[in-house]
Design a binder for this molecule. Structure first.
Ligand code: ATP
Ligand code: MG
Length: 239
């Protein structure tokens, strides 16, 4: 049992992602990293350094062009698109800078809709959605339409939508990008709390205040990664 727990949940070994074209872009260059169950990992780096590409590769939204990627000890290099889509839905939750709530549905309906591919009966989907929204402090906003919700409420609903699907890993790309400091702090606390309950959380962020609160941070620079928060980022942040 302990050996199982020590196996990284996700592991990238010498992974590269090159975007082909007349001028190929080497967005990831031989990157190796692993994430354990319940771990929180921050990813920082300048614009264009490869952060989103790394997150997309991890979340099976994008394919690698070299190296090995294993999820739960299984190589995913050779999965068909269909298999990758299924694994993505069962294994990963996503929280982006924008919530991508459907404007014509209430907060609750948005979460319920995301549960449909998971096959639970309608009544169960309703109960799961309500519980997930309550857990992020939106119990009083179940019937709210997205246009009437604040930025923080959008992100809470997006987290509820991800969590309701019981993913092993939640991947966040700039989850606090549109939020003020205090609301950001609440969202971060919520993500850290998820990790305490066993969900691994990977957070891409420009926000160094946020990054400093995370137990482990990697810096991406020109498609390569290094451990820790690169102090050069602090100095050259606004250039
Ligand atoms: N689909 C694509 N086709 C070609 N090049 C791409 C594609 N997606 C990303 N790139 C390039 O890959 C590099 C890394 O992009 P990526 O989006 O991962 O950066 P990022 O670190 O997330 O930047 P930001 O902080 O601005 O979001 C950039 O040079 C970008 O232009
Ligand atoms: Mg990005």
């Amino acid at each position: 049992m302990s050996a199982l727990q020590e196996t990284p949940l996700i592991q990238l070994q010498q992974v590269s992602r090159t975007f082909p074209g007349p001028d190929p872009v080497h967005a990831l260059r031989a990157v190796s990293l692993s994430v354990a169950r319940g771990e929180v990992l921050g990813i920082v780096g300048r614009s264009g350094s490869g952060k989103s590409t790394l997150l997309n590769v991890i979340g099976l939204l994008d394919r690698i062009t070299a190296g090995t990627y294993t999820i739960d000890s299984q190589s995913v290099n050779k999965l068909s698109d269909h298999q990758a889509t299924r694994l993505r839905a069962s294994f990963f939750g996503f929280v982006f800078q924008q919530s991508f709530l459907l404007a014509s549905l209430t907060a609750q309906e948005n979460v319920e809709l995301a549960l449909r591919p998971h096959g639970a009966p309608r009544k169960d989907r309703r109960a799961i959605a309500v519980a997930a929204l309550k857990a992020v402090g939106l119990g009083h906003r179940l019937q709210a339409m997205p246009a009437t919700m604040s930025g923080g409420e959008h992100q809470r609903a997006a987290i509820a939508r991800a969590v309701a699907q019981h993913p092993q890993v939640i991947l966040c790309d700039e989850p606090t990008g549109n939020l003020d400091e205090r609301t950001s702090a609440e969202i971060v606390a919520m993500l850290l709390d998820l990790a305490n309950r066993g969900t691994a959380v990977v957070i891409v962020t420009h926000d160094l205040t946020l990054a400093r609160q995370l137990p482990r941070v990697l810096t991406v620079r020109d498609g390569t990664i290094s451990a820790g928060l690169d102090s050069g980022l602090l100095a050259g942040r606004d250039d």
